[in-house]
Structures are given as C-alpha cells and as structure tokens.
Design a protein around this ligand. Structure first.
Ligand code: PMP
Length: 407
C-alpha cells in the first residue's frame, strides 16, 4: 500500500502560516488565517470566556465522563435559541433537532453525511455552493460522495455580489438540489446579500423545491449584533422551509481549538412536526456514534455557561462588539489610507464588505509580489483576514498595496 499512496498537496492556508512563521523580517504581516487578533497582533481570550473558565474550574461537580452522543443538552438547547431566536415557533413546536459537533467543520460534515444517506436519493442530488467558497466545503461534500457544483457569487468588477448570476444558477439547478448558503460574513469574499436579496433567494429556492443548508460560522462576529447576523436563517425558517444549519463557536467565542459547534435540522411546519424531528434525531445519533462516538466537553461547557447566564451573555455581546468594532475600524483605516495615497482603483469595497475577510481584488501575481517584497502574507485569491491589521501595521500594509498596484 505504502508504495501506491501519492503525495498530497499541502493545505494552502496552513502552508502559508508555516511560511510566515519562518520569515525573520521584523515588519512581516500575517493576513492569512481567519482568527481574531487584538491590536498587538496577539490571539485574544475573550474576558467572558476567562470568567466562564474560572466558574468551570471551581465547579466541584465537573468530571471527565463522556457526554451523551448528542452532546451537552444545556449547550444544544441554548444554541438553538441563539441561532433561531429565543421565541422561535420552530423550537416551541419541537421542530428542531440539534447535535453537538466538532465545531463548524464537524457540523457541515454531519449534515453532508445525513443528506447523502437520506435526501432525495433517487435523483442523486447535487450540492451547489458559491464560487468562491470556504475551500473545505468542496472536500467535505466530496468525501461523502455528493456531487458538487457552484453558483456565481462574486463580481470581480463591482467586488460585490453577482446577484443575477447567483439567482439564475439556483433557478436552473435541477429541482431538489442542495443549496449551501453562508448565513453571514461570507468566506472568503466578505460580501453578503441584502435582506431583499435574501427574500428573492428564498423564493427561488422554494419554487425549485431545493434544500437550503446554512453554514453559520460568524454569528455576532460580523456586525456585533447576534440577531442581525442570523436574519437570513430566521427568515427562511419563518417561510416554513425544511433546512439545516451548521453552527460554529470558533470565531464568536474565540474557541478555535476547542471545537465547539452544533448541527441543527429544522423540519417544516407542514410535516408531522415533533415526530419528524424525533426520527431525524435518532438517525443523526447513529451517524454521530459511528463518526466520533460523542463530542468533546470543554468548549461546549464554556459556551453553555455563557449562553445560559443573562449577565455573562450581555458581557459576551460586549466582547463581540469589541472584536467586530476593531475590524470595522481597520476597514475604515485601510480604505482611508489607500484613498489618501490615490492608489489606482476603487477601494469602497473594503468598507462595504463585512466580517473577518476582505477580497481585495489583488491578483495572484500581486499577492506573490507583495509577499516577496513586503513580507505580507495573504491567500493567493487576494483575500485578507482583516483581524491581522492593527494601528501599527495598517499604514505599512496600505503602502505595500499601493506599491504593488502601481508596478
Ligand atoms: N464554515 C466557514 C464558512 C468557515 O469560514 C469556517 C471557519 N473557517 C467554518 C465553517 C468552520 O470552522 P470551525 O470548524 O473551526 O468551526
């Protein structure tokens, strides 16, 4: 066997991180990985997470037993409320079943596995995701043998949404396809549909009997407002869709390495509500058991302490505003500097886009050049992680962009 296994290509993002670490240049800038950094370019433990950690540490009843297959119940039920809204009729009518997963990646995977096993099997449905999308979507759905295709999303001319292209592709997708949607703060473009555009997307998905699959990795991190960032999901649920949601707590709690996440399946009010959710839950439990047996406890306990305590929840919202606010400030500073220097091109997209990332519009050639000449690290598609910018390096970065654009 060992003789026939070919060498796999290195993960581009993790390769970029390694190259950054090796670079000895003092002013090097890391705009690669999508993880929050404070104004000193350091990882940030949210103060509210620190508090929850202390509470957990002092709890004499905490032990290291297994969690149930579906995870920590206090965590999954609080997660439902967070994403769907505390007064969601879907929750009240027992139409939601939720399992704790290995962060957002695990939730996407569990959903993919479940859909492969049960959804529209006779037609071998295709999963459509945006072009571009988070690179892992491609691999996760391919691993479970679901055919994949893309719909247009980003317009290189406006550096905004190619709405017509997106709608046309969803409209012409075979009836009953799976449509993957980023709930907010689209990765990698930072471009989201407006609420009116979401309404149109919902109506086309409905008319073609497609299945919406929401990937929600940045709730609260995008705008600082948890409800606003969940608007699209809640709208679809209100419209009576059967849908699923992959929810990650990596970014909004800064719990990247703890792998806290949740998978939710929401049944439509038209189906035999609570029984449908019960049946789906039982099947998801079987899949979960064979994949990971049961999920990891620590991150879910931290999140659960915060989500279930009014005061800590309010502090968390405050911490979220600190992160999203700093990123928004950096967007403004970068745009201002580029415009002040008269850097060729338009730069309004830097402040129009939201969330962790910005699609700068720099070409692959320019990205490689900026790395070589200025020691700035970003992915080849011109995406920058806004959190890598701070008041100490934003001018340096703007000048590096100016230089490479003029060359
Ligand atoms: N979906 C999207 C769109 C993401 O950007 C990410 C994080 N990079 C994830 C899912 C999942 O991340 P995690 O597994 O760390 O929660």
């Amino acid at each position: 066997l060992a003789d026939v296994v070919p060498m796999a290509p290195e993960d581009p993002l993790f390769g970029l991180m390694a190259a950054y670490r090796k670079d000895k240049f003092e002013k090097k800038v890391d705009l690669g990985i999508g993880a929050y950094r404070d104004n000193n370019a350091k990882p940030w433990v949210l103060p509210v997470v620190k508090k929850a950690d202390d509470i957990l540490h002092d709890d004499p009843d905490v032990n290291h037993e297994y969690l149930p297959i579906a995870g920590l119940q206090a965590f999954t039920s609080a997660s439902q409320k967070l994403v769907l809204g505390p007064d969601s009729p879907a929750i009240k009518e027992n139409r939601v079943c939720s399992l704790q997963t290995i962060s957002g990646t695990g939730a996407v995977h569990l959903g993919a596995l479940f859909l492969r096993k049960f959804y529209n099997k006779q037609n071998n449905p295709t999963v459509f995701f945006s072009s571009p999308t988070w690179a892992n979507h491609n691999q996760i759905f391919t691993n479970v043998n679901l055919p994949i295709k893309t719909y247009p999303y980003f317009s290189p001319t406006t550096k905004g949404l190619n709405f017509e292209g997106m709608i046309e592709a969803i409209e012409s997708a075979p009836e009953g396809s799976i449509i993957l949607l980023h709930a907010c703060a689209h990765n990698p473009t930072g471009v989201d549909p407006t609420q009116d555009q979401w309404k149109k997307i919902a109506s086309v998905i409905h008319s073609k009997n497609h299945f919406p699959f929401f990937d929600c990795a940045y709730q609260g991190f995008a705008s600082g407002d948890l409800s606003k960032d969940a608007w699209a999901i809640r709208y679809f649920v209100e419209q009576g869709f059967e849908l699923c949601i992959a929810q990650s707590y990596a970014k909004n709690f800064g719990l990247y390495g703890e792998r806290a996440g949740c998978f939710h399946f929401v049944t439509s009010p038209a189906s035999d509500a609570s029984h449908a959710a019960e049946r789906i839950r039982s099947q998801l439990a079987i899949l979960q058991r064979s994949e990971i047996s049961n999920p990891p406890a620590y991150g879910a306990r931290i999140a659960s302490i915060i989500l279930n305590d009014e005061q800590l929840f309010a502090e968390w919202e405050d911490n979220l505003r600190t992160m999203s606010g700093r990123i928004i400030d950096m967007r403004k500073a970068l745009r201002e500097k580029l415009e002040e220097m008269g850097t060729p091109g338009t730069w309004n997209h830097i402040t129009d886009q939201i969330g962790m990332f910005s699609f700068t519009g720099l070409s692959e050639k320019q990205v490689l050049k900026i790395r070589e000449e200025s020691h700035v690290y970003m992915t080849k598609n011109g995406r920058i992680s806004m959190a890598g910018l701070n008041t100490n390096n934003v001018d340096y970065f703007a000048k590096a962009v100016d230089k490479v654009v003029r060359e």
